[in-house]
Design a protein around this ligand. Structure first.
Ligand code: XMP
Length: 516
């Protein structure tokens, strides 16, 4: 398949689930082309894509409620294999004459499911009789459509899966795309290859080609683009990608807001030079600190920083000739958490939520549909060095959201020093690449200590190290105790203002990765 040929892959019809992009991501991991379209797309569009299979996603609505999103029955009754997930399952059942009703309890989270393997259904051919799955539903399928085989039941007795026409129509009440579902990948693999007969011929290189085409169409032949480089992986990959199309029309602005890690500004500027990006270095630490004077509320900090960023971009764009586009390295987790995919707003987040509504430029976000690990895989295709791509994610507002309470250069310097010690010890222990994110947080809390027989009243530093696949959930990393002990001693010894080092062992949920 070349990048112009979008046929022969898996089409996902989106009913607004938080997990829809995860389905696409799983399918793409199999190197099969996958595209997401809204549930109400026309039959002509679907036919033009000639999909080898169609997946109906989950969604927040009820098929039995008013305004339930519906589809053309021809999509299900045609010859193309269809997999319904959660809402998609209930929609198939309802459309083909089954009965969907509100369950007594609903099932949310990890749930046990038992399958009937004697039916030899393809979808569960590589799956044991009993597994744990991720459920998230209230309604359930009470009566199957005529000719359907019930493949499994959940702990509460609800139908967990059914199939029809030797598997051409398959329906799962749980979410195979979510990590928690055991054998989820195997089920999707069976659907994509055994049921749909797809070929593994979609490469990330093809994604790059398509993204370049899209950017070319968006910016035309004369629009100028401004990019706010943060020093992070996402904005760098976005800038290098767009520079291939925009050339001299791309002006990168590296706003040094004064919330960067130790020595970071110089090292990223060196890197940008190697990548041939034209970068203007705007030193704005004073301006940001002034704007944040006495601001302690996390959301206010984010909003003020986001707004000032854009104002500085706009000023710089003015200097470089009226840019029409603001390029950002927004990736998919930023988008879903801000509720832009059709589901509910979970929280107003990051680049996406913090921009002022009267911004003059349009947003260019070529990485919007990708997950972090996909962005990292694209990097080498754009000749971005590996050690840069493997750097831990860093929030746009930087240390401002890791320095709790009011900000000052002194406190930020304390945080920078402590953070540099923590990261260097993690690197020396060979653990850096296996950790999603490690960093220090400075609390607005002092405590009493004793050093050389003298009473101290020092600052508190928190160590946070998490593992995660996509930042949507995270677990605290169990660092070797000798390492934690060494880091604590070094921080208290080398950063005299710090009197206490503590460790954050909370997962996400209930906490978020960053403290603010
Ligand atoms: P939370 O704290 O919501 O963060 O669990 C999830 C991931 O996003 C990063 N993060 C940001 N990235 N701009 C960004 O580009 C931001 O404003 C921002 N805030 C958080 C965070 O470091 C983690 O990897």
């Amino acid at each position: 398949m070349n990048h112009d040929d979008k046929t022969g892959g898996i089409l996902i019809l989106d009913f607004g689930s938080q997990y829809t992009q995860l389905i696409a991501r799983r399918v793409r991991e199999f190197e099969v082309y996958s595209e997401i379209l809204p549930w109400n797309v026309s039959m002509e569009t679907i036919e033009a894509l000639e999909p080898k299979g169609i997946i109906l996603s989950g969604g927040p609505r009820s098929t039995i409620g008013p305004d339930a999103p519906d589809i053309d029955p021809a999509i299900i009754s045609g010859s193309v294999p269809v997999l319904g997930i959660c809402y998609g399952m209930q929609l198939i059942a309802k459309t083909l004459g089954g009965k969907v009703e509100k369950g007594r309890l609903g099932e949310y989270g990890r749930t046990g499911v038992k399958f009937d393997k004697s039916l030899e259904a393809k979808i569960i051919k590589d799956v044991p009789n009993e597994i744990d799955v991720w459920m998230s539903h209230w309604d359930e399928v009470r009566e199957l459509p005529a000719g359907a085989l019930r493949l499994g039941s959940s702990e509460s007795g609800a139908c967990a899966a059914f199939s029809m026409e030797s598997g051409r129509i398959t329906a799962l009440q749980f979410h195979p795309e979510v990590e928690t579902t055991e054998y989820g990948r195997e089920m999707l693999y069976s659907f994509v290859f055994d049921i749909c007969g797809c070929a593994a011929n979609w490469k990330l290189g093809d994604w790059v080609d398509r993204a370049l085409e899209t950017v070319k169409e968006q910016i035309g032949l004369s629009d100028r683009v401004v990019c706010g480089l943060s020093g992070g992986v996402d904005s760098t990959v976005a800038a290098v990608l767009v520079s291939k199309v925009a050339g001299d029309r791309l002006d990168c602005i590296f706003v040094d807001h004064g919330f960067l890690r130790k020595d970071e500004a110089q090292s990223v500027l060196d890197m940008y030079k190697k990548l041939n990006l034209r970068v203007r270095h705007v030193k704005a630490e004073e301006r940001f600190l002034r704007a944040l004077d006495d601001v302690t509320n996390p959301e206010s900090k984010r909003k003020i920083i986001g707004e000032l960023f854009v104002r500085i971009f706009e000023e710089s764009a003015g200097l470089s000739g009226n840019a029409r586009w603001l390029l950002q390295g927004t990736i998919y987790p930023d988008v879903i958490e801000s509720g832009f995919v059709g589901g509910d707003v979970i929280k107003s987040h990051h680049n996406v939520g913090g921009l002022p509504s009267d911004m003059k430029m349009s947003l260019l976000e070529p990485l919007r549909e990708l997950f972090k690990d996909e962005v990292r895989k694209i990097g080498p295709l754009l000749d971005i060095p590996d050690n840069f791509l493997k750097r831990h994610p860093f929030p746009g507002p930087g240390l401002a959201v890791r320095c709790l309470g009011s900000l000052s250069r002194e406190r930020l310097d304390i945080l920078r020093e402590a953070d540099a010690i923590f990261i260097s010890e993690i690197k020396s222990a060979g653990l850096y690449d296996s950790i999603w994110q490690a960093f220090c947080v400075l609390l607005p809390v002092r405590s009493v200590g004793v050093a050389g027989d003298v009473r101290t009243y020092g600052e508190t530093v928190v160590l946070r190290a998490v593992k995660s696949l996509d930042a949507m959930t995270a677990e605290s990393v169990r660092l070797p105790w000798e390492l934690v002990d060494r880091v604590a001693k070094r921080i208290c010894g080398e950063v005299p203002q710090v009197g206490r080092v503590v460790m954050d062992v909370t997962g996400k949920p209930p906490a978020t990765i960053e403290w603010e």
